[in-house]
Design a protein around this ligand. Structure first.
Ligand code: NAP
Length: 287
């Protein structure tokens, strides 16, 4: 890597940030294509977001990924917003075009690509989405007009009501909503082809937990978990045991990162290189 005054600097901002995989994934892709870019991670406290964005402008940082807790609060510092960003009121990618900051959201497209590239035909799929937090909302907004039917369940009724209100403003499609419970899971799983876990349940250090009683899982389901620490969550292990198709959270991570990469570089992302780099880093951390 030959860093010079012309090298374009990108990074990820969040807090905490020490476990981020983005530098590993993005630098592997930049290096593979011999691009004059470098990617790093910046710990930015919620109270210092405005200063960090001023810094992005004055240091001429070219691109940022934005992660928790800034995905919503970043909105007010953007000069231009993608329509999806306006609907979601959150962004995870910024491109600095000659001092103007453009915001995008790549989580939803990452989830869709993860499903499609793993052989799921969304147009004929009934999808059950669990979670209406940041990632759940992004997935719902992106997937809604690609699937035959969508059901969203969430624990907090206020979040599900907000999502319902926002989606109805935008899409003329019948979507079903409900509270997350053993009963609603049982009822909706029967008629679903694809199950997406977009809650935190199963994430380290609670990797012994699953959102679903394994008895409800069947071999005709495709189960995608967006949690990627661990790679094989309890939900995915249970789904594999009954013979269901499984897609892990690294897939979405790679495809959302690839979409950000393409916004910064205008080049096609080297998916396999990015996946290998992520898996290598995760296995290093697990040992
Ligand atoms: P978030 O905005 O905090 O939302 C968390 C979601 O989990 C909410 O729907 C919340 O429900 C639900 N939840 C948490 N604890 C629960 C419990 N005990 N019972 C039922 N529901 C519970 O977080 P996020 O940004 O959406 O992220 C969610 C997960 O996705 C995280 O593990 C994150 O690492 C992962 N993620 C992965 C990718 C990827 O590329 N693979 C991208 C983004 C996020 P309530 O509304 O009821 O609180």
């Amino acid at each position: 890597m030959d860093i010079s005054g012309k090298t374009k600097i990108c990074g990820v901002i969040g807090n905490p940030i020490q476990h981020t995989l983005s530098p590993t994934i993005q630098n592997a892709a930049f290096n593979h294509l011999n691009l004059d870019f470098i990617f790093t991670a910046f710990k930015v406290k919620a109270t210092e977001l405005e200063m960090a964005i001023q810094g992005m402008r004055s240091l001429n940082i070219y691109g940022l990924n934005v992660t928790m807790p800034h995905k919503n609060s970043i909105i007010k510092y953007l000069d231009e917003k993608d329509p999806l960003v306006r609907s979601l009121n959150s962004a995870n990618t910024i491109v600095n075009k000659k001092g103007r900051l453009f915001g995008f959201s790549t989580d939803g497209i990452g989830a869709i690509k993860a499903l499609q590239e793993n052989g799921v035909d969304l147009s004929s799929s009934k999808v059950l989405l669990l979670g209406a937090g940041g990632a759940g909302r992004a997935i719902a907004f992106s997937i809604i007009d690609k699937v035959e039917d969508l059901v969203v369940l969430n624990r907090d009724p206020a979040k599900i009501k907000n999502l319902e209100f926002d989606l109805k403003l935008k899409f003329n499609k019948n979507i079903h909503y409900g509270l997350l419970s053993e009963n609603s899971l049982k009822k909706n799983l029967r008629s679903s082809d694809v199950l997406i876990n977009a809650t935190n349940i199963g994430m380290k250090p609670n990797s012994n937990l699953s959102i679903i009683n394994p008895k409800l899982l069947t071999s005709d389901l495709t189960v995608m978990d967006i949690v990627y620490t661990p790679i094989e969550t309890k939900l995915l292990a249970d789904a594999k045991k009954v013979g269901a198709k499984t897609i892990d959270g690294v897939e979405m991570l790679i495809y959302q990162g690839a979409a950000s990469f393409e916004l910064w570089t205008d080049r096609k992302a080297p998916i396999e290189i990015m996946r290998l780099a992520a898996l290598k880093q995760i296995s290093k951390r697990c040992n």
